[in-house]
Ligand binder design. Structure first.
Ligand SMILES: Cc1ncc(COP(=O)(O)O)c(C=O)c1O
Length: 428
């Protein structure tokens, strides 16, 4: 990994990380430990500044004949271009912003459903967040289509790839798969699944919400038809992003009002958008590119076809991906010191590249909410329950037992924080 990667320098750029716990308990005076990142990350200082700057200097609706509207439109355009760089899409017109991934997915699933009928099939997986399941269940129900469920291995916590392959056939119209699981942390072999979908003429829809904060995404290399992410999971504000191949976005009939634009991306960006959030997303992407510029020099050879911001985003996200392995190992090391804790995810240290540092566990009969609450009192913020990965907790037989506790680290977390988590767990 990059020798120069400087976590304390990075932390200083995230104002929320400087907060001390002050809730009237034993943790008061200690820094808050944010390990709730799969539920949403803290934002970079430049994101706060961009949003404030937008609201003070550029705040206007779209398409006006005056200065603030024109400045606002320029920022929106630049944000589309930045997301196109981050995902390596071929055009900013392939980037659609919206309130969040769930709303964007429900919207595009309606448009896709118009092309589906009885006898057609949609493949979903039990490893996915429900936002990449229910929209397809509803679309299938509306159109009389059939849903096929791919399973995951409950010992290995990886997708049953052979089973998934067997579900894809000439009736398949959509294959919906997650890039990384928000519950198990597993990173899926999305490129292979996209390839299988295309072999039968189906569309491949990728939920990259959990992968986006951790590693480089290349929609052209994946060749996926549609891909979704959420800026609030990659250090930006609460906003969703949808990538779609231009021809597909152009062909589909969007659910929109008159006289909204007829062409992508405008035809999918219904109503007045979250402009300040879009400005913040632009800043978040630029921040990730700065990481590449600063720490990614040794990685440039890996991306000979890239230059400028696209290259910096690739090298920056590669640096973060490598630091992920340190974080994953540290979390697993700590959890293994706690007798009775069972990790539901990949633990093999030689396979850390197959996961992100999102680690869920159960601990005997202890209720996950009690563990999360006890950690919360100690200033350590973790999630509990199913985190909307309902199919996962159901499949593991944990839904009726409060689900799991989830530790989710990102690049601004330190091994020291994870050690504090371990000490807190051992003291419970
Ligand atoms: C894997 C995954 N997909 C989808 C979502 C939903 O994203 P949003 O909150 O932007 O709708 C989440 C949120 O936790 C997620 O983790």
């Amino acid at each position: 990994m990059s020798d120069s990667f400087d976590v304390s320098g990075i932390r200083a750029q995230f104002p929320a990380l400087a907060q001390m716990h002050q809730e009237g308990g034993t943790a008061d005076g200690f820094p808050m430990v944010f390990l709730d990142n799969p539920g949403g990350t803290q934002v970079h200082q430049s994101v706060v500044e961009a949003m404030t700057d937008y609201l003070i200097h550029h705040n206007a609706n779209h398409g006006g004949a005056f200065a603030t509207s024109q400045r606002s439109d320029a920022i929106l355009h630049e944000a589309h271009a930045a997301m196109a760089d981050m995902l390596n899409s071929s055009s900013p017109d392939e980037i659609v912003f919206g309130p969040n991934m769930t709303t964007l997915t429900l919207g595009i699933s309606r448009a896709l459903a118009r092309e589906i009928g009885p006898g057609d099939e949609i493949v979903v997986t039990r490893m996915d967040h429900d936002a990449n399941i229910s929209p397809w269940l509803l679309a299938a129900e509306d159109r009389g289509a059939t849903v096929r469920w791919a399973d995951f291995d409950v010992e290995d916590y990886t997708l049953d790839m052979a089973g998934l392959r067997g579900l894809i056939n000439e009736r398949t119209k959509i294959v919906a798969v997650g890039y990384a699981s928000n519950a198990l942390g597993t990173v899926n072999d999305v490129a292979t699944i996209v390839h299988w979908a295309h072999e039968v003429g189906a569309l491949a829809f990728v939920d990259a919400v959990q992968y986006a904060p951790h590693g480089p995404i290349d929609v052209q290399a994946l060749d996926c038809d549609l891909l979704v992410a959420s800026a609030y999971k990659f250090y930006g504000p609460h906003l969703g992003v949808l990538y779609g191949k231009y021809d597909l976005l152009d062909r589909l009939q969007a659910y929109k009002v008159r006289p909204a634009p007829a062409d992508p991306p405008g035809k999918y960006e219904t109503g007045t958008q979250n402009h300040e959030g879009t400005a913040g997303t632009l800043a978040a992407v630029n921040y990730l590119a700065e990481i590449g510029e600063k720490y990614g020099r040794g990685y440039e050879d890996r991306f000979p076809d890239f230059s400028g911001r696209r290259l910096h985003l690739k090298t920056g996200m590669t640096v973060l991906r490598e630091y992920d392995h340190v974080l994953s190992a540290a979390i697993l090391d700590e959890l293994e010191t706690v007798p009775g804790v069972r990790v539901h995810g990949i633990t093999d240290r030689n396979r850390l590249h197959e996961r992100v540092p999102t680690v869920s566990f159960t601990w005997g009969d202890r209720h996950p909410r009690d563990i999360a609450a006890a950690l919360g009192e100690q200033g350590i913020f973790v999630w509990d329950g199913n985190y909307y990965a309902l199919a996962v907790t159901e499949r593991l037989g944990l839904e009726g037992k409060g689900g799991m506790v989830r530790i989710g680290a990102v690049h601004y977390n330190t091994v020291g924080e994870i050690k504090r988590l371990g000490e807190a767990l051992r003291s419970l």
